[in-house]
Design a protein around this ligand. Structure first.
Ligand code: PGA
Length: 254
């Protein structure tokens, strides 16, 4: 069975002390994570080592960076490399979040470079894709997302693709309180899996975890995660509240 993942995306929120408290609260609340389930915390870069330390020894809890650069090292002030992440034992990174695409002009081609350096260095990218509202209203969301996948991922071979997690996040549902219906999520997730299958074969496509993101909360997580092609969520706002996020972890498919 595909891995089921509840990924917290703290974005640019919380002080160090608040982050520590949140992780302590989450760990102390009753949660179950079975062998094929994982809780991942994408925390601000200065908190990566704190989060590693808090979660040390906790099975199926991992830490993720929210971004990394496409070069291995060098004169790139302010950027974080895969070597830096590897040296503190961080093996997940969120790539291509819509906020990075929009505010920092990250293109599909640039993201392809970041994907490559992650895979070469044993870091699993959580690759975000998803359409803006105007595209959804025009009904061309499948083509839009297909192009994102094609331009950032389709140069990979099947073995490389298997090391990637995909997060579908319709931009109109991020931080808006407007969630895609579980049917809309399933429809897009199935379309993504079909596109992957047509390029890489069904067996490969069936192994890729595809997370849904966009106003996931405890009250809608179970219904969304129950969809056959939804393998968990990438959660912003609700991941900042301990009992909300624990309820989301507990809503993962068994
Ligand atoms: P949200 O954010 O849950 O606050 O909508 C999701 C995301 O941007 O990853």
């Amino acid at each position: 069975m595909r891995k089921q993942i509840a990924a917290a995306n703290w974005k640019m929120n919380l002080t160090l002390q608040e982050g520590e408290q949140l992780l302590e609260d989450i760990i102390s609340l009753p949660h179950q994570l079975s062998e094929n389930q994982e809780a991942v915390f994408a925390v601000p870069a200065p908190y990566l080592m704190m989060a590693q330390q808090k979660l040390r020894g906790k099975e199926n809890f991992s830490v993720a960076a929210q971004n990394c650069y496409s070069k291995k090292n060098g004169a790139y002030t302010g950027e974080i490399s895969v070597d830096i992440l590897g040296s503190i034992d961080v093996h997940y990174v969120v790539l291509g979040h819509s906020e990075r695409r929009e505010y920092f002009n990250e293109s599909n081609a640039f993201l392809a470079e970041k994907i490559n350096i992650c895979l070469l260095n044993n870091i699993t990218p959580i690759f975000c894709c998803g359409e803006p509202l105007a595209i959804r209203e025009a009904g061309t969301q499948n083509e839009y997302v297909a192009k994102q996948l094609q331009e950032s991922l389709y140069h990979l071979n099947a073995d490389q693709l298997l090391k990637i997690v995909i997060a579908y996040e319709p931009i109109w549902a991020i931080g808006t309180g407007k969630t895609a219906s579980s049917a809309q999520a399933q429809e897009m997730h199935a379309a993504i899996r079909e596109q992957l299958a047509s390029k890489y074969g069904k067996e490969t496509a069936d192994c890729i975890s595809i997370l849904y993101g966009g106003s996931v909360k405890s009250s809608n997580a179970a219904e969304i995660f129950a969809q056959p092609d939804v393998d968990g969520g990438l959660v912003g706002g609700a991941s900042l509240v301990a009992n909300e996020f624990v309820a989301i972890i507990n809503a993962l498919k068994k």
